[in-house]
Design a protein around this ligand. Structure first.
Ligand code: SF4
Length: 249
């Protein structure tokens, strides 16, 4: 049985969003860290937005644990960035791995590149390599900081600054929710924040190597993720607004 980490009503959540709407990203982070000391955690995919958040968190007086998920299918550039970031900010980045037995059984049954054969198989792979390790990493925490932005995709348009995630029983906070891509880049450049070199090679959104391709000028930011699937269904289960809506309705 999943342990409930936090209790909040829809009305309380609405008021919280109104109360916090005028805060800057850094102020918002500081607010949650002060309100939920030791219960706030940040998941970094090592993407551009997450690097901004790592930089913002480094400027706060209270440290926040940072973790990332190693699916076993990442780009070499992403592994390099994990180490570069760890050294730059002198922080621990906890790396969570999928369960070896589950991966072995999945690959034995469906093949190593199962994600190309059906959406069902792709979701199975994301579930085993991402969702289950994420569930373990978030266990015991009340607040989950993410780098989601509305501009990233049509599916993320309805996101809130703060929401309750019923899948993981946790408050989800998106401090960069309303930032534009230009604002993210401006922050990165002004503050010399390390970032994945693939961003300079046409990869605005970077996930696992076999499931990410470069995008062309004018294409959607996330067009290169699971490019062979129908757009609008391309969330991996970590941040699935449709699932959250279905569960809460
Ligand atoms: S993004 Fe691709 S390789 Fe990574 S977990 Fe999902 S299906 Fe598997």
């Amino acid at each position: 049985m999943t342990k409930k980490n936090i209790n909040i009503t829809t009305e309380e959540l609405k008021k919280l969003n109104e109360q916090l709407s005028s805060l800057t990203a850094k102020e918002l982070l500081a607010w949650f860290v002060a309100r939920y000391p030791g219960k706030t955690i940040f998941s970094s995919s090592m993407g551009l937005e997450d690097q901004v958040i790592t930089d913002l968190l480094a400027s706060l007086s209270n440290p926040v644990p940072v973790f990332t998920l190693d699916t076993g299918r990442m780009f070499p550039e992403t592994y390099d960035l994990i180490d570069i970031t760890r050294q730059r900010y002198n922080i621990v980045i906890e790396v969570w791995f999928p369960d070896g037995g589950q991966v072995r059984r999945m690959v034995g049954e469906h093949g190593i590149n199962l994600f190309y054969s059906s959406q069902e198989n792709r979701k199975l792979c994301c579930h085993i390599r991402k969702t289950e390790p994420l569930r373990q990493a978030l266990s015991g925490y009340s607040v989950w900081i993410t780098g989601l932005r509305r501009e990233q995709s049509a599916a993320r348009q309805d996101l809130e600054l703060v929401s309750f995630d019923p899948e993981f029983n946790i408050l989800k906070v998106n401090p960069l929710l309303n930032w534009s891509t230009a604002e993210v880049w401006e922050y990165i450049r002004l503050n010399r924040v390390p970032y994945n070199t693939l961003h300079d090679q046409g990869y605005p959104s970077i996930g696992c190597q076999p499931c990410t391709r470069a995008v062309m000028e004018g294409e959607d930011i996330r067009a290169g993720r699971w490019w062979w699937e129908e757009s609008g269904k391309k969330e991996c289960g970590l941040h699935d607004p449709l699932k959250a809506k279905q569960k809460s309705s």
